[in-house]
Design a protein around this ligand. Sequence first.
Ligand code: GUN
Length: 291
Amino acid sequence: MQLIDGKAAASQWIEETQARVNMRLSQGKPAPHLAAIIVGTDGASQTYVNNKIKACKNAGIDSTLITLPADIQEHELLHHIDDLNANPRISGFIVQLPLPKHINERTIITRIKPEKDVDGFHPQNIGKMVLQHPTLISATPLGILRLLNHYNIETSGKHCVILGRSAIVGKPLSILLSQNSKPGNCTVTLCHSKTPDLKSYTLSADILICAIGIPEYISSDMVQAKTVVIDVGTTRVTDLKQKKGYRLCGDVNFNSVAPHCKAITPVPGGVGPMTIAALLHNTLEASEQHV
Ligand code: GUN
């Protein structure tokens, strides 16, 4: 079994981004600037956003964190988005999801200027991705593509089974990996909560991508020796032995699956760091479009 080290691959990518940022600075251009909006006090969301903001420093990217109360009205949040859209110093920004129930996520995402949508969630950017036009691609799918490339994992002609059809991960990945590109040219099966006999699909996977958010759902009897396993899950599970009182848990039972599969990403240290590196990459790309 090969351990797919997302932390190392992300560090290398961030160094490349930093070198490109330094090139911009030496040309007298401003540093890219990422802004992140977080609404409410969900602990996991706060951690994710803080990690994104902290990582900016490593790439020489400026950052701004905007923290808003959970009871903010939708029109007030839209006002913050309009301000960021109009601010020439902001290269790109994200609104951390999920949002409180009284706010319509679709309304919020579509208000972000597509050129500043470094999450790649705007319908215009999704449409461009589907048609293979140059665009900002969602950070987690982009990070996974880069990880497959980094480890020279062959995708062409392979059967890729994706668990989970979310708009952020499963759906875009199914499109990207089936495209005629590298990585790509997979035969993709997209499984979800209504898929019967899931095991029959996971057992036929050359590449198995798990993004369902159910801790340790995938056990060793569901995975073959030929399979590369990419675990996107990051659920907080109570663990009183840990200082924080919880541990991060993937969708894959790592200890049982790892000894039997071809390659696997750990949680933490697999897809998570690649998502952050991809966001920094997208912020740089967005800044290059402006100045
Ligand atoms: N919530 C979970 N993942 C993400 C992400 O990649 N971007 C945003 N904005 N929210 C998320």
